[in-house]
Design a protein around this ligand. Structure first.
Ligand code: MG
Length: 183
């Protein structure tokens, strides 16, 4: 039976935070830059919760545009996991209506995967997961609790939690090395 890898999309396969900053700046020109996003409530005082959600949905709705590129390592990372026998479930916190633009983006950039899970709670997948790759410290902590191996890219919003059982890296080649060494 193949091992199951749950792989996040935003800030795991591409730099969502840069696109997000550009959208948030439309609501407030003084919005802090991503290097200052040390907590998940950074937006408070700069925009409304509705603006915040609108910015996210605008990006996901337009996922397949010419400006949103995956990281250069993303295709090789996913291919390598498949070659090593992993069943890849891409899991993104986004509305089910975003499936079409998301699938188009994945196909356009030839990112291989087995299943695409779009929901507002990806942790339902964790009981069957062998590895979880994500940038959210809360998500990674839940993965560890479920007995999975947790890893992700290092960002200002997850660095302080890196000792909580999961590992953070500078790029996906390093994440790949850690997964293959550990499994
Ligand atoms: Mg993410």
């Amino acid at each position: 039976m193949s091992k199951i890898a749950i792989i996040d999309i935003d800030n795991t396969l591409w730099q969502f935070s840069d696109a997000f900053y550009l959208e948030l700046k439309k609501f407030n020109n003084n919005f802090p830059t991503p290097d200052q996003w040390c907590t998940y409530d950074i937006w408070e005082g700069y925009c409304s919760v509705e603006d915040f959600i609108t910015a996210i949905n605008t990006i996901h709705h337009n996922q397949d545009n010419d400006k949103y590129h995956p990281y250069p390592e993303s295709q090789g990372f996913l291919s390598s996991l498949k070659e090593h026998g992993f069943h890849i479930i891409l899991a993104s916190h986004r509305m089910k209506e975003m499936r079409q633009p998301t699938e188009r983006w994945l196909a356009r950039h030839r990112l291989p995967y087995d299943e695409l899970h779009l929901s507002l709670d990806k942790t339902v997948l964790f009981p069957k997961a062998d590895i979880v790759v994500d940038d959210s410290p809360l998500t990674l902590e839940k993965a560890i609790e479920s007995g999975a191996l947790g890893a992700g890219l290092s960002f200002p919003w997850n660095r302080d939690y890196a000792s909580n059982g999961f590992r953070l890296f500078q790029n996906l080649n390093e994440v790949q090395g850690y997964i293959l060494m550990s499994s």
